[in-house]
Design a protein around this ligand. Sequence first.
Ligand code: GLA
Length: 412
Amino acid sequence: MSTPEWLESWSDDEGARRVRDLFARVFGDDGAPDGVWSAPGRVNLIGEHTDYNGGLALPTALPHRTYVALRHRDDDVVRLGSAQAPGELWTARLADVAPGAVTGWGAYVAGVAWALAQDGHPVRGFDAVVDSCVPFGAGLSSSAALECAVAVALDETGDLGLAADDAGRAALVTACVRAENEIAGAPTGGMDQAASLRATAGHALLVDSRPGLSALESGTPVPFDLAAAGLTLLVVDTRAEHALVDGQYAERRATCERAAALLGVETLRDVDPARLDETLAALGPHDPDGVLARRVRHVVTEIDRTARFRDLVAAGRADEVGPLMVASHTSLRDDYEVSARELDLVVDAALAAGALGARMTGGGFGGSAIALVRADAVDTVAAAVQDAFDAAGLRAPGFLLAPPSAPAGRTA
Ligand code: GLA
């Protein structure tokens, strides 16, 4: 049997050194960057596929971050290099950035500049390079980490002052979500960007996506001191690749919006969990195969589970959240149908090895699962998951430790 592969985070010094070296290689002796900024990936404790339904989610920031070295320009040209795309220089003019007009990973970067300009902020061109220890395609929000690192870099180099307080950070979240939705073309909710910009070390962030809330009401820190509780959050990147991810995500979102319209509510957040049965019955005539009912049941019960998870954590009872995590996974697997064989395997193996709770995290269809384990059982649980993957003949997963970490900001 093989041993677990641990995906370590970088120190800020290492991240800064990497992007400064890369900046010099890509842009030669054109000078040094104005600085280095970074932003974390996220892991969601509970509250999945709820954000675009006006609901609750409870993510934390990962110690794994994306680093950006950036230098402003006096024209409107954007030039980008990436350690993950060696030898390529992505180039655009800000004047040409518009929905449908740019493609590739640079759309996530240029889209942030576009969204800030849409909000009336003065935005100039820039040269930048990026490098990251957030695993790609793992459901850990590498794209949000990229957007948010760029957002805090443009905030500071443009003297916008938004990153200085939580309300300003909420405005940056909105810009990053617009970049992803309108320029990169991914119809995601806002949980990932909120976590990367607003979650703080030692805390989870209760993200409340109810329409019309103020910036401050939309994100509440929840103390989540895992180490003090003797607990560890283990993340398993299954490395399972699934086709049609974007289409499936968009389809789930469209189905929820259709259900809300049929029920006459603005979002599924407005469905009272105590009246779920009669709500599902009302969908019956429009729902011959029961798909709408299953999707709605997931969303409504998941929002309720998220509130109960938050209450337990706030009461210092984090070691009692396991059953809520397991119920979340079951709901995502059976009602929302976004799990995958590899995710189910992580959950089953981790629980059998003594994890308090386990569930898929993020959008699903592959990606990562999490397990909440007693600190002294981490190696046992990781080994059990590794063994289960070996026995099933699956590609080896990657393992991460996820203490709730710091948000996006200036690194060097
Ligand atoms: C992805 C999206 C988020 C959220 C999750 C599912 O991570 O980017 O907005 O919808 O899926 O909870």
